[in-house]
Design a protein around this ligand. Structure first.
Ligand code: BGC
Length: 740
């Protein structure tokens, strides 16, 4: 069962689990100074072998079994282990006798979360959503954000962060799209990989999740993602692979769903063949909370840690695993390997040498202020200016009358719901909205756009109406120089969303009353924008994090020149999607294969509302001098970008490639975020990963690049190509384990 499906377990089952994993008396452990594995000059493998040789079977079993870190009354009145950090996602006891530290686990990708049921919440810094960070197309910023939330995790006493969501956006209605990196494998893998690397720079472990093909929330526990293996390698798995190569995550979290009929956490092909044999990864797999469904099958398939007891129907590791080892259903060697992989990641990522300590619930205000700056910088670069007719934006500070409408803009900015929810310092700015319990509460961070707008236009009369009364809204709009409508759609874990905004009629009415209408969206992912033709300005602010109100106002008034680009396609209508009537329960057949996102629209020759890669600026950029060279099988692309406008600004030139017989007319092959003063230019050189130039052949277990002519395109979006050149590539075959 997942957190969403609450049930009741029997007392004996919990006793069984707890019986095999005796909790240590002390929460802190120090590696005995004389222990040979305390020698940091030895390799993680050598240190692992040394400590493993000293471990009893019960100690190994302790390492592979995790507890929920928060009391959970619906499950037989489950009480979190006393040593768990209060209100946390998970806890795995350490082995004090050997100096093996406990694993203190916290969600998730935007910062240090607190579980819904916790009595006290930690006030922490929330980054903008994962999709917002991806929309920056700036891996350096993603690294910085990761480093920041990882620092808060360490400062909060955690050494495992359950971050790294990189599920490809196949289904725009997926309620968790906000946690992920969009629809393109290169972009998602690059950005999420950079964030994981940033988190792990704090000498803690980050997961990468949810492995794999967990692309909708409807029926997530039993739903079955049916996909061709080669197509998966070229899409969802490729996003994971790129992220792995950029970050070497200590742990993988396997997903709730089934893949081609088999649950992801007992899937030998996914967990052993692909992850370890093909990609050569050395970390450990932990289950999502309640995603384990068997003992021997899961352990033998490649699951190392059964997480979050009591979320499974019953404990599968712990006592049942001990029994399975006794019966020979799981070999002693496999149990050794399970414990070894966990220990190896703990050594490799600094958990032994840089122990975390028990931490106060509150962080120093100076730290939070510094971290707020990082969150705001991320939000500002992730906001996408989608439309700017008649240069309505940036607003002049001398504008006289502004009507701000809706979206609780007088109170704060929206956050995504579920296990990843970070509670802010200052509490929920709009308490009491439904649902109040998990995956709620619906959270508004107390950084109100209205206040920030007022600060930026001190001479203006800025009125606010809440948008519930269309007459009041249109009256305010008619009376103003400019109307700014905030349209928010909450999204979260364990449910999917509709692409239709409840504010559609309001926006249409306001735009009818005043053509100088700007819409600011706060959404988890793409939505339908039937009114887009009638508004002058459109900003997508996603879920913009704890400093989101300031970030939005800074972009509206031009203190910040927008530079975000869409990491996802905005459809014109549902019938443009591969599955217009999904998400459904049961089997989801991904017959579109690797033709995901913009590739689908390109393949169908269909025009979306706003294409992947799109994003405007208050300045303009020109591209020239595109050249492509293939030397020694490597495709290098160079070009010049010039700021042809009057303001400093950042651009994201994008390189797309096109080959014969591919799943789609083009693929993103590379991108670079550049910062240019007016009139300045820069020469950019990118290399295209050769796996993006070939087709994966599952029979041959190889990427095959066909000899011939390829098109290389340079553009400001997937649909706005400025220059094209052709290049000849020779035949090349890359084994399944190839990496740069
Ligand atoms: C989510 C995971 C999360 C875990 C621990 C699950 O419900 O799917 O992403 O890390 O809970 O809170």
């Amino acid at each position: 069962m997942t957190k969403f499906m609450r049930g009741v377990a029997t007392a004996s089952l919990f006793a069984l689990a707890a019986g095999i994993a005796p909790l240590p008396a002390a929460a802190q452990q120090q590696t005995p100074a004389k222990a040979p594995w305390s020698n940091a000059r030895l390799s993680p493998d050598a240190r692992t072998a040394l400590v493993l040789a000293q471990m009893t079977e019960d100690e190994k079993l302790t390492l592979v079994f995790g507890y929920f870190g928060t009391d959970f009354p619906p499950r037989n009145n489950f009480k979190a282990p006393a040593e768990a950090r209060p209100g946390s996602a998970g806890y795995v006891p350490g082995i004090p006798r050997l100096g093996i530290p406990a694993q203190w686990q916290t969600d998730a990708g935007v910062g240090v979360a607190t579980q819904g049921g916790a009595a006290r919440k930690r006030g922490r810094t929330a980054l903008p959503s994962g999709l917002a960070t991806t929309a920056t197309w700036n891996p350096d910023l993603a690294f910085k954000g990761g480093a920041m939330i990882g620092a808060e995790a360490r400062a909060s006493g955690f050494n495992v962060m359950l971050a790294g969501g990189v599920n490809l956006m196949r289904e725009p209605r997926n309620g968790r799209n906000f946690e992920y990196g969009g629809e393109d494998p290169l972009l998602a893998g690059t950005m999420v990989g950079a964030q994981i690397a940033g988190i792990q720079s704090n000498k803690i472990i980050s997961t990468i999740k949810h492995y794999a093909i967990n692309d909708q929330e409807t029926d997530r526990d039993t739903g079955n993602s049916i996909i061709d293996a080669a197509a998966a390698r070229m899409s969802d798995l490729l996003a994971f692979q790129f992220a792995f190569e950029r970050s070497d995550p200590g742990s993988v979290m396997c997903a709730y769903n089934r893949v081609n009929g088999v649950h992801a956490c007992e899937h030998p092909w996914l967990l052993t063949q692909v992850l370890r044999k093909d990609w050569g990864w050395k970390g450990y797999v932990m289950s999502d909370w309640g995603a384990t469904h068997s003992t021997a099958a899961a352990a033998n398939a490649g699951l190392e840690q059964d997480s979050g007891f009591p979320f499974d129907d019953k404990p599968y590791f712990g006592a049942p695993l001990k029994e399975a080892v006794a019966k020979g259903e799981v070999t002693k060697a496999r149990l050794d390997e399970m414990a070894s992989r966990i220990l190896r990641s703990m050594f490799a990522h600094g958990l032994f040498d840089h122990p975390v300590t028990e931490a106060p619930m509150d962080l120093p205000p100076a730290m939070l202020a510094k971290h707020g700056d990082i969150s705001r910088a991320d939000a500002q670069q992730g906001i996408v200016l989608m439309k700017n007719a008649g240069d309505i934006l940036p607003l002049s500070p001398s504008v006289k009358k502004i009507a701000v409408i809706g979206g609780h803009a007088d109170k704060g900015v929206l956050a995504g719901g579920g296990s990843s929810l970070v509670y802010p310092v200052g509490g929920n700015a709009v308490p009491g909205l439904e649902p109040k319990t998990w995956p709620g509460p619906v959270m508004y961070y107390p950084n109100a756009p209205l206040d920030a707008i007022r600060r930026q236009a001190p001479g203006a009369s800025v009125t606010f109406v809440d948008g519930t009364d269309a007459v009041a809204a249109t009256t305010a709009a008619r009376d103003a120089d400019v109307a700014i409508v905030f349209a928010n759609q909450w999204a979260g874990e364990a449910f999917d969303v509709s692409l239709t905004l409840k504010e559609d009629d309001l926006i249409a009415a306001v735009a009818g009353a005043n053509p100088k209408t700007v819409v600011v969206l706060q959404t988890g992912g793409p939505v339908l924008t039937p009114w887009a033709g009638n508004v002058a300005g459109l900003l997508e602010a996603w879920f913009p994090g704890t400093q989101g109100g300031d970030a939005i106002a800074n972009v509206l008034f031009g203190k910040v020149n927008p530079s975000g680009h869409l990491p996802v396609t905005f459809p014109r209508s549902l019938d443009q999607l591969p599955k217009p009537s999904a998400p459904n329960k049961g089997d989801t057949r991904y017959t579109e294969g690797a033709t995901v996102g913009y590739k689908w629209y390109d393949a169908k020759g269909d025009t979306p509302a706003f294409p992947f890669g799109h994003g405007l600026s208050y300045t303009s950029f020109g591209y020239s001098g595109l050249s492509a060279k293939a030397a020694g099988g490597t495709l290098a692309v160079s070009f010049t970008v010039r700021n042809t406008g009057k303001r400093r600004g950042m651009d994201v030139p994008q390189v797309y490639v096109s080959g014969a017989g591919w799943e789609a007319p083009k693929r993103l092959g590379g991108f670079r975020k550049v910062d240019l003063a007016p009139g300045a230019s820069t020469r950019v050189t990118l290399t295209v990963d050769p796996r993006l130039l070939g087709m994966y052949d599952e029979g041959a277990r190889a990427w095959k690049i066909a000899p011939g002519s390829y098109k290389v395109m340079l553009g400001s979006s997937s649909r706005d190509v400025a220059q094209t050149v052709s290049v000849r590539l020779g035949a090349r075959t890359l084994g399944v384990g190839w990496r740069p």
